[in-house]
Ligand binder design. Structure first.
Ligand code: AMP
Ligand code: GLY
Length: 415
């Protein structure tokens, strides 16, 4: 079986690795990939500049299964076009991917299907957004894909005005509406399910550490690490999340005639009033994938192939009962900026962990250097949280580059 993964970051490196390790994937491709990913996956030939030309190259190569990693391709209709060309695709069609691409579409879906979420209003201009804010803190969200930058938690009027100015005056994210959401508090958990035509399977729950610094302080980032384990939350809580969020979401897709074959990611906040859904994503989380996928046992490629054809065969995979801890190493200046070209040392010294590349490239001397904000994810495994912590921290310390930033409390902060 020839499989292609579409994307280029740490999540795609983890997906490609899981597929390469599967018995039934004889050849794994990645587009656009990265230098590190293309050490284990093949690149696609042909001139590719949009979804159509990507799908054409996939057909020319005889690809059997397409796996959508990055949301932007799915939102542009990757699944629709690949499926029309006869390639089973894991990742939802364009219409259904609005659950991620439009926050208003997602909120309306949640309300329609009685899925617990915070209250909200929406507005299409500065003045109506301003008058829709009734108290502080308030959460303002641009209604479109904004690479994680379109959300502002505003504690006072001047913070709200400055975000509204970015959205409506500077048009930093382009044209679009805004959501004004009730501010919720509590720990966050990510529950990701594989969904195919009304069937689902819940993967190992994870927690993403979004803030830059220890103690959940500092700026919001794309994720400074993640922890995953079946024991991360209690069985009762996971059952509650399944009953109140996952199953109603999957049933809602069926009721609304929304074609969905792919990962459905529920970003939840565990509030004192119970779990509430903050957002859906239509693909695996990053960096949750880097923590969760190493826990999978079985033939992941056969599983995705069957699910992409509409037949979710949950017996094809199983999940390790232990813990996985993913530590992100970020470059100087991240998240406000990033620094490229810093030589990464020690990659060959680590042992017993997985190292996924998110923002690296090879320089002319063949050395890996930084090439982006989040650079690497070092993932350790253990039967217990303590052994996983020991393994990931000890090994990650062997890797260094100038200006690197990392947290020292990933997996230590518990619910
Ligand atoms: P989103 O892209 O919608 O998941 O938002 C990104 C992050 O903003 C979430 O992971 C939360 O940390 C925070 N956030 C989003 N919505 C809310 C909310 N209603 N109340 C408090 N924090 C929120
Ligand atoms: N970890 C959050 C996301 O992938 O959107």
């Amino acid at each position: 079986m020839k499989v292609i993964v579409v994307g280029k970051g740490g999540r795609e490196h983890a997906i490609v690795t899981a597929l390469v390790e599967s018995d039934s994937a004889s050849e794994v491709f990645c587009y656009p990939g990265s230098d590190a990913i293309l050490e284990m996956a093949k690149s696609l030939s042909g001139e590719i500049n949009d979804v159509e030309s990507l799908v054409k190259s996939m057909v020319d190569e005889g690809i059997d299964l397409c796996v959508g990693g990055e949301e932007s391709w799915l939102a542009m209709g990757l699944a629709d076009k690949a499926r029309q060309a006869g390639i089973p695709t894991w990742g939802p069609v364009q219409f259904s991917s609005q659950l991620e691409a439009s926050k208003e579409f997602a909120k309306e879906f949640m309300v329609r299907h009685n899925i617990p979420t915070g209250g909200y209003d929406s507005a299409e201009d500065y003045e109506s957004a301003k008058s829709a804010i009734t108290s502080y803190p308030t959460v303002l969200k641009f209604d479109g894909l904004a690479a994680g930058k379109g959300v502002a938690i505003c504690f006072n009027e001047s913070e709200a005005e400055s975000f509204l100015d970015e959205v409506f005056i500077q048009k930093r994210f382009g044209d679009g509406r805004i959501l004004i959401e009730e501010y919720l508090e509590g720990p966050e958990v990510s529950v990701i399910a594989a969904v195919a035509d009304g069937e689902y399977q819940i993967f190992t729950p994870a927690r993403d550490y979004k803030r830059l610094s220890d103690g959940d302080k500092g700026l919001n980032t794309g994720g400074m690490g993640a922890v995953a384990s079946r024991s991360l939350i209690s069985g009762e809580l996971l059952d509650q999340i399944e009953d109140e969020v996952i199953r109603p979401s999957v049933e809602g897709l069926t009721k609304d005639n929304m074609d969905f074959r792919g990962f459905l990611y529920a970003g939840l906040m565990l509030t004192p009033d119970g779990p509430k859904l903050l957002e859906y994503n239509c693909r695996f989380g990053d960096p949750e994938a880097q923590a969760v996928l190493p826990l999978i046992k079985g033939d992941f490629a056969a599983y995705l192939m069957s699910a992409a054809k509409g037949n979710l065969m949950d017996g094809l995979i199983d999940f390790d009962k232990g813990w996985s801890i993913c530590l992100v190493l970020a470059s100087a200046g991240y998240p406000s900026s990033s620094r490229s070209g810093d030589v990464i040392n020690g990659l060959d010294l680590v042992d017993g962990v997985r190292v996924y590349h998110a923002g690296t490239e090879k320089n002319n001397d063949g050395q890996y250097v930084t090439n982006g904000g989040r650079v690497l994810a070092v993932v350790g495994h253990g039967e217990t949280r303590e052994t996983a912590l020991e393994c990931s921290y000890t090994e990650s310390e062997k890797i260094s580059f100038d200006g690197n930033q990392r947290r020292s409390d990933i997996g230590r902060l518990h619910f």
